[in-house]
Design a protein around this ligand. Structure first.
Ligand code: URA
Length: 301
């Protein structure tokens, strides 16, 4: 056992967390993660190159993050950074025009150079109908300087009320999952594909996802995490630009370019995993989620 446990009580409490999230049998012949007598050597994430963050034995697929094509996709409206700097309202007006009626909204948000700028731009953006039915913008939670970014789907009722992601039942399970690998919200930064609750918690439409994708991509660019943990099928499919189901995708890290230019200058590994809301309905899948969490743990400073 590692020396990280100070006492028998701490060890028992850690084991209880495992049991609570459904780990009730050994998953491999050799101990891994917190239970390894000697932690296996994993390449240390380096600040120099995101491609160096991938454990050596993982398949590495490099592709550029582009949102999936939708039948209704229309040519992008484009927005100039300088235009935004001079007149932020003009950008949101343009996005509003581009986004109304479920059209694709995409643009150069490079003039938004801080998370506060990005949040203000979203608050000023009236092009998404979800904003009208939502009570609050749900921007993010956790530590913006963390190496790990978690991206979920969309706020639910509790998140909408509180203006914070993952604070309802799924959020409580997420906290337990993080705790099971010795982490909490200070070790991660959490956001969603959509910052507003879809009525009735329905799945985001492709049009909504397309429309808000430039904001999410800018969010990723501004935080530049060392890894993205994609929670659930919607997030994994968007970030990996695929239609493959989450049960096939989970646990397989892929490196994605999140740069605007598509020149490989912002390569970030994306690790898809199961959504906590799904795990609440399918607790037998928690073992798979835990394996993913053990991969994620290696990226925690
Ligand atoms: N589900 C999500 O995907 N995000 C939240 O913030 C809450 C529930």
């Amino acid at each position: 056992m590692t020396a990280s446990y100070q006492s028998k009580d701490e060890l028992l409490s850690a084991l209880k967390w495992q049991a609570d999230i459904g780990i009730d049998c050994a998953l491999s012949d050799t101990a891994i993660g917190l239970y390894a007598a000697e932690t296996p050597k994993i390449p240390t994430p380096s600040a120099a190159s995101n491609s160096a963050h991938l454990p050596q034995n993982r398949p590495l697929i490099t592709s550029q993050a582009t949102p999936p094509k939708t039948p209704s996709a229309t040519p992008h409206a484009t927005f100039q950074a300088t235009e935004y700097a001079e007149n932020p309202a003009s950008i949101s007006d343009s996005l509003d025009r581009g986004g109304s009626g479920g059209q694709e909204g995409s643009g150069d948000l490079s003039a938004l150079t801080t998370l506060e700028d990005l949040k203000s731009a979203l608050q000023a953006f009236d092009g998404c109908a979800l904003k009208k039915t939502a009570s609050n913008l749900v921007f993010a939670d956790g530590n913006p300087a963390a190496d790990i970014m978690l991206i979920g789907e969309a706020p639910g009722r509790d998140e909408d009320r509180m203006g914070l992601p993952f604070v309802g039942g799924a959020g409580q399970l997420l906290d337990k999952m993080l705790k099971s690998i010795g982490m909490d919200r200070q070790n991660v930064y959490i956001t969603n594909i959509l910052p507003w609750r879809p009525p009735g918690n329905r799945t985001p439409s492709p049009e909504e996802t397309q429309l808000l994708w430039p904001f999410l991509r800018r969010h990723i660019q501004l935080t530049a995490p060392k890894i993205i943990f994609a929670l659930g099928g919607s997030s994994a499919k968007l970030l990996l630009n695929t239609q493959t189901g989450i049960l096939k995708l989970r646990g397989q890290m892929q490196e994605i370019d999140f740069s605007d230019a598509g020149d490989g200058s912002l390569l970030i590994p994306v690790l898809p995993s199961l959504h906590p809301a799904y795990l609440l309905r399918a607790p037998n899948m928690k073992k798979q989620a835990f394996l993913d969490l053990l991969q994620l743990q290696k990226y925690n400073k």
